[in-house]
Write a protein that binds this ligand. Structure first.
Ligand code: ATP
Ligand code: MG
Length: 465
């Protein structure tokens, strides 16, 4: 081997050529110096001067408060429970805050489970009812360091004192604490005044508070809709400015918030406010894009109003039905694309469903068990609207027939061209056995125009599924 080549080999062995540097990983994560947390002085409101009575608090929540107190810890009822009691409303749940750590809470209650990844919480179980016990939290540690990822502060899990806990709560009306030791209220952010004036006001600087957690924008809108309150101008203005942050918000959190917003009994007013603040299009971009069609808007509005009525009447509600309404028009609009590819009507529908769901779950992570049910509702639609024969009646034994029919009825209500089918199915269901027997005889056994229909190549209009 020539000397020069040998030297080259030796050199490469000892000094391997430098590898091409990998392209930098693009991340928007960076460290910032956070401003010191706001210090809020608490106003104490003695029992004689407020209307919160133990009579109106869930027995189990009172039990939890007393047991923590007897074990030597501070125990307060806080958040929506107190806010709603002060407004004379029936609280949805009762949240307890304490200086006991989650582990210490677990030692006080046998019926207790620790849950949560972002932040550890104690759930005390009493049959169906769960009382959530949270240890006082502060926003960030003393160093003032925070981690911002995609514009949101992601470190938020340091235990603190009650004063610090009050500072990190979202709105003034949510920072009222009911003290079980003397039945007084602690008002950290003039929440009582805002309750009386019917105002939703963020604690602290709205810019920072929305950057820390964009979900607060949805909470502001939801509470304003639920309580019929006004959003204070600074709190409202910053929503317009920072709404885009919701695009990077964790899709699983958005699903939780969506459930609270749409299944809590105030779905329609929440929807109106979400649109007013330009937030709906960030959550359901495909749906918003269809609202140039008044029928698409009417369908969603009617579905939300029906949901509110059902909640008010204590009837069950399912996110799948609502999702079916929210995504129906995006699906219909996509079908012609697949028709152009020569797919069968059924395959067009299935492909459009898959595509629309796929796009939607990138924004809001809707569990598969929910999308599967919506899927079934959608697939029943062509079966319910096609020309009726004796065989059509078999569909009544389908597990999801009722949901499919309710959805068809909703479509008819919204103005889709399916009123005849909806009416047909309504009549059939109202018949007793004997009437149905008689009716059977008037219905053809087969679709005798089937072959003719196949030969025709006319494209059905977009809303004819
Ligand atoms: P609801 O009536 O829907 O239960 P709520 O205000 O109690 O309304 P929860 O989600 O139960 O809402 O939260 C309980 C409390 O936790 C709130 O009142 C608020 O003080 C605090 N909280 C919840 N989410 C946030 C958030 N994103 N940022 C700051 N504080 C929050
Ligand atoms: Mg609550």
């Amino acid at each position: 081997m020539p000397y020069k080549r040998l030297m080259n080999i030796i050199q490469t062995l000892f000094n391997p050529p430098k590898k091409q540097p990998l392209p930098p990983i693009i991340t928007t994560r960076h460290f910032i110096k956070l401003p010191p947390p706001v210090q809020l002085p608490a106003k104490q409101i003695p029992r004689a001067q407020h209307s919160v009575s133990r009579k109106n608090i869930s027995k189990n929540a009172v039990k939890v408060l007393y047991q923590l107190h007897q074990a030597g810890y501070q125990a307060f009822l806080v958040g929506g429970g107190i806010r709603d009691l002060l407004l004379g409303l029936k609280p949805k749940d009762f949240d307890v805050a304490t200086n006991a750590s989650p582990e210490q809470v677990r030692q006080v209650f046998r019926n207790c489970r620790l849950i949560g990844r972002r932040f550890l919480l104690a759930h005390v179980h009493f049959g169906q009812e769960i009382i959530e016990v949270a240890t006082f939290r502060k926003q960030h540690d003393e160093s003032g360091d925070g981690v911002i990822e995609n514009g949101c502060i992601i470190r938020d899990n340091v235990y603190g004192t009650i004063d610090e806990d009050a500072c990190r709560r979202d709105f003034t009306i949510n920072a009222l604490y009911y003290d079980i030791s003397n039945f007084s209220l602690l008002d950290y952010a003039d929440g009582m005044a805002d309750l009386q004036a019917k105002i939703i006001r963020l604690i602290g600087n709205p810019t920072e508070r929305y950057q820390e957690d964009p979900v607060r924008m949805l909470r502001a809108v939801r509470l304003a809709a639920k309580l019929g309150f006004e959003i204070e101008p600074e709190t409202a203005k910053a929503i317009h400015q920072f709404s885009h942050l919701l695009e990077n918000t964790h899709a699983a959190r958005l699903y939780e918030e969506m459930l609270k917003m749409f299944l809590g009994g105030y779905a329609y007013p929440s929807f109106v406010k979400l649109r007013e603040f330009g937030l709906f299009k960030l959550l359901f971009p495909q749906t918003e894009a269809c609202f140039d069609d008044p029928i698409a808007l009417a369908l969603v509005e009617q579905a939300l109003k029906n949901t509110d009525e059902r909640v008010a009447a204590d009837k069950s509600v399912t996110p799948a039905f609502l999702l079916a309404a929210l995504l129906w028009f995006p699906i219909l609009r996509l079908i012609p694309e697949y028709r152009d590819k020569g797919l069968s009507e059924q395959d067009c529908l299935v492909s459009a469903i898959d595509k629309v769901i796929d796009r939607q779950i990138r924004r809001i992570s809707i569990p598969r068990r929910v999308t599967i049910l919506s899927h079934e509702i959608w697939l029943l639609q062509p079966r319910l609207t096609r020309p009726k024969t004796k065989r059509s009646l078999r569909i009544m034994t389908h597990q999801r027939f009722r949901a499919g029919y309710d959805f068809l009825y909703l479509r008819a209500q919204a103005g889709e061209n399916v009123a005849d089918s909806a009416q047909w199915w309504t009549q059939v269901q109202e018949m007793d056995e004997a009437q149905r027997e008689q009716f059977f005889d008037t219905v053809p056994s087969h679709r005798n125009n089937r072959n003719n229909r196949r030969r025709k190549k006319k494209k059905p209009p977009a809303t004819s599924v």
